[in-house]
Design a protein around this ligand. Sequence first.
Ligand code: NDP
Ligand SMILES: O=CC(=O)O
Length: 289
Amino acid sequence: MEIGFLGLGIMGKAMSMNLLKNGFKVTVWNRTLSKCNELVEFGASIGETPAQVVKKCKLTIAMLSDPAATRSVVFDKDGVLEQIGSGKGYIDMSTVDPETSSKISEAITSKGGAFLEAPVSGSKQPAETGQLVILAAGDKELYEEAIPAFDVLGKKSFFLGQIGNGAKMKLVVNMIMGSVMNAFSEGLVLSERSGLNPHDLLQVLDLGGIANPMFRGKGPAMLKSNHSPAFPLKHQQKDMRLALALGDENAVSMPVAAAANESFKKARSMGFGDLDFSAVYEILKTTKD
Ligand SMILES: NC(=O)C1=CN([C@@H]2O[C@H](COP(=O)(O)OP(=O)(O)OC[C@H]3O[C@@H](n4cnc5c(N)ncnc54)[C@H](OP(=O)(O)O)[C@@H]3O)[C@@H](O)[C@H]2O)C=CC1
Ligand SMILES: O=CC(=O)O
């Protein structure tokens, strides 16, 4: 099956590379077109615009930064809408809000195309190794059609029902992850400031009931102030913002998430937006009375 792929950032590059390595024909597009070249070396073709990619491929996947980017790629000139139609499917795997996803779904389906939202849980390494968790919702037939690709990209796919449910699930998960990252950072700083060895803390955490891959994977690098980006902090803050909006709509009080969002905003204002979201640790580390 020929698959179109729009967006070759940290995630999109790894995901499209995986599809190529597993025998799919892939046509790629990226706003900064030069980023397509590396994929071409592995056999990809280039589409000059999103519309060209959709024209060529029966199935097109998008992995873009945020709601503004996903809307732009669909609705703007040379966008997806210009070529989508009957017999073609569009799958948006970016993390966006349910409203953005619904607007895109309405536009695609009104032109006869099929739409699936399918955000993912899992970061750069799971994207590289095909270990993502796929949170799909929307057109069930398109979901079934995409399973061979999802099996390459992920270790497990969920079909969650109507459009919006995939986006909501992803936002809830990332709201929890962002809050936990803040608590973890506070714990690391507190252990250091109170005279403990934070490496001992990492070992203690890893042996107990709250052991988790995020502490294990990111902790040692955080202690060296290495925040090389796997999940950029600006995207985590976007997810906190969108999750808090979902909380507003549903009258759910989320003081912990709101405080975590403030920390991510502060980190962005200090220029850490392109670093990994673990860089929120730096704002705590540098704050003293
Ligand atoms: N990194 C991670 O660990 C994870 C990320 N996600 C989500 O996946 C999505 C992609 O993340 P990631 O790959 O890390 O992000 P990156 O910032 O690495 O890549 C963003 C991509 O979006 C493109 N883009 C940005 N703005 C526009 C625009 N206005 N029009 C067209 N293209 C645009 C960029 O193009 P260009 O190269 O030209 O800038 C790039 O291809 C996000 O929604 C993120 O929240 C989900 C799970 C894990
Ligand atoms: O969205 C980020 C992730 O790690 O999942």
